[in-house]
Design a protein around this ligand. Structure first.
Ligand code: IFM
Length: 474
């Protein structure tokens, strides 16, 4: 294979700061496989995948892209891309199979080997401690709606940190608590598949409490390490000027963005969201907010699209996180409809709106205390197949990444403290309820052979990294 770095570089038309992190992201359940190896315990996703009608075609993460065994090849691919940072997640059930009690040395050893390989290749490791794979025994005891789960998470995080904190400086606690809470416990589109709106609000609170407790414990050990969480944020617009649509936008912005940003960064819950959800008796203890609002060294922003919403009757858009979606993931605002705004969509049916990323970044800068920002996920899912000559043409993904990176560039020029960008994802992988039918990778994976082939977007991204910025607008 010719090296992805062979591109002869011209100076970028849109340069990024020299220290800007250029990364890619993945998550344990989506790539590792080896579900039954070396002492790993069952997670809620193992159970969910085996529940008929939950995951397209009955796909599972049992093998995924076999990263557990092929990580040296994958680190070599990252090096060839020129990545300076790699965001991955640590599988809680691999490290602590029952979610409490004994830790599994073999599981931790895998992450030691991975981290060592990354450091050897000059790539900064960015582990996330929770990307949705709760140990099943903890779900059997009530899962995230139970306060105890937050304490179990902090204990697990502390143990991993004790093992790796000498070689890993940057830590992310929870990934996309909105999805874990509301897709997991309100709509049931994700594991554990419960439809319990009141429980989903408690889950959201306990995910943030777990984050705060974990940061407290880890920071006490190594104040020099850097800690944060990754939230999935959206720009939100009303469909029309109708006051009912404005109210819908306020509600969805509240549940999607402010329900997480306000406790984390301001140490309070948004009053209007507490009012919107009051029918579910959500009254989080005030004392927890001091724990949740630990100073953050970095905020991870996962951005994919904009929500356009209406509070009035009409046509609804297909924006589902699952092909089987039926229940609402918006507790207290179940009546809100998501409507098409007419923009082009990715293969997920998600509207492409790089302006929304600029809006999210500048809003963070304007409305919240200054915290270093990183795009911890951004990318596009399609279902592309290789051409006869084996190349994978993914012009749609290149256009998506180019547009969103230009939005980042503009935001930085306007003073937004954005310090890095991790594209989702390094490799094609298990896309949750969609199984293997949607591909987000820069690198194509043939799931029958596990052969990896960098797509055209990988060559493009390697060029951006090499030049330190974007080429002239095409
Ligand atoms: O694949 C997911 C990832 O696990 C979390 N953020 C969104 C991605 C695309 O759906």
């Amino acid at each position: 294979m010719t090296s992805l770095k062979d591109d002869t570089s011209a100076a970028p038309a849109a340069p990024f700061p020299t220290a800007f992190r250029w990364g890619a992201a993945t998550a344990a359940y989506q790539i590792e496989g080896a579900a039954g190896e070396d002492g790993r315990g069952p997670s809620i996703w193992d159970t969910f995948c085996r529940t008929p009608g939950k995951v397209l075609r009955g796909d599972t993460g049992d093998v995924a892209v076999d990263h557990y065994h092929r990580f040296p090849e994958d680190v070599a691919l990252m090096a060839d891309l020129g990545l300076t940072a790699y965001r991955f997640s640590i599988s809680w059930p691999r490290v602590q199979p029952a979610g409490a009690g004994a830790f599994n040395t073999e599981g931790l050893d895998f992450y030691r080997r991975l981290v060592d390989a990354l450091l050897e290749a000059g790539i900064e490791p960015w582990p996330t401690l929770y990307h949705w794979d709760l140990p099943q025994p903890l779900e059997d005891k009530g899962g995230w709606p139970e306060r105890e789960t937050a304490h179990r998470f902090a204990e697990y995080a502390d143990h991993v940190h004790a093992a790796l904190g000498d070689r890993v400086a940057r830590w992310m606690t929870v990934n996309e608590p909105w999805c874990a809470a509301f897709l997991g416990y309100a709509s049931g589109d994700h594991a554990p598949g419960r439809v319990d709106p009141a429980g989903s609000l408690l889950a959201a609170h306990h995910l943030m409490l777990g984050h705060g407790l974990a940061v407290e414990a880890m920071r006490a050990r190594r104040p020099d390490n850097r800690f944060g969480a990754a939230v999935n944020l959206y720009a939100v617009s009303p469909a029309t000027g109708d006051p009912a649509d404005a109210d819908a936008a306020r509600r969805i912005d509240g549940l999607q963005n402010r329900l997480f940003l306000d406790p984390l960064l301001l140490g309070r819950y948004p009053e209007d969201v507490l009012a919107d959800t009051s029918r579910y008796g959500f009254t989080p203890p005030d004392a927890d907010l001091a724990v949740i609002s630990q100073p953050l060294d970095q905020l991870g922003v996962n951005y994919y699209s904009r929500h356009t919403v209406a509070g009035t009757p009409g046509e609804a858009a297909q924006t589902a996180s699952s092909p089987f979606a039926t229940n609402s993931p918006w507790p207290g605002s179940e009546h809100v409809r998501f409507v098409p705004a007419g923009r082009p969509v990715t293969g997920m049916g998600w509207e492409i709106d790089e302006g929304g990323l600029h809006e999210v970044l500048t809003r963070l800068h304007r409305e919240y205390p200054s915290v270093p920002l990183y795009i911890t996920e951004n990318g596009a899912g399609y279902d592309e197949v290789p051409d006869d000559d084996g190349t994978v043409q993914d012009a749609g993904r290149i256009a998506y990444l180019d547009a969103h990176l230009r939005a980042c560039h503009d935001a930085i020029s306007e003073g937004v403290p954005l310090h890095g960008y991790f594209t989702w994802s390094l490799l094609d992988n298990f896309e949750w309820a969609w199984g293997y039918s949607k591909r987000f990778g820069l690198v194509h994976v043939d799931y029958a052979t596990q052969r990896r082939v960098p797509k055209e977007s990988a060559r493009w991204y390697a060029g951006v990294i090499r030049r330190g910025g974007l080429p002239e607008r095409g």
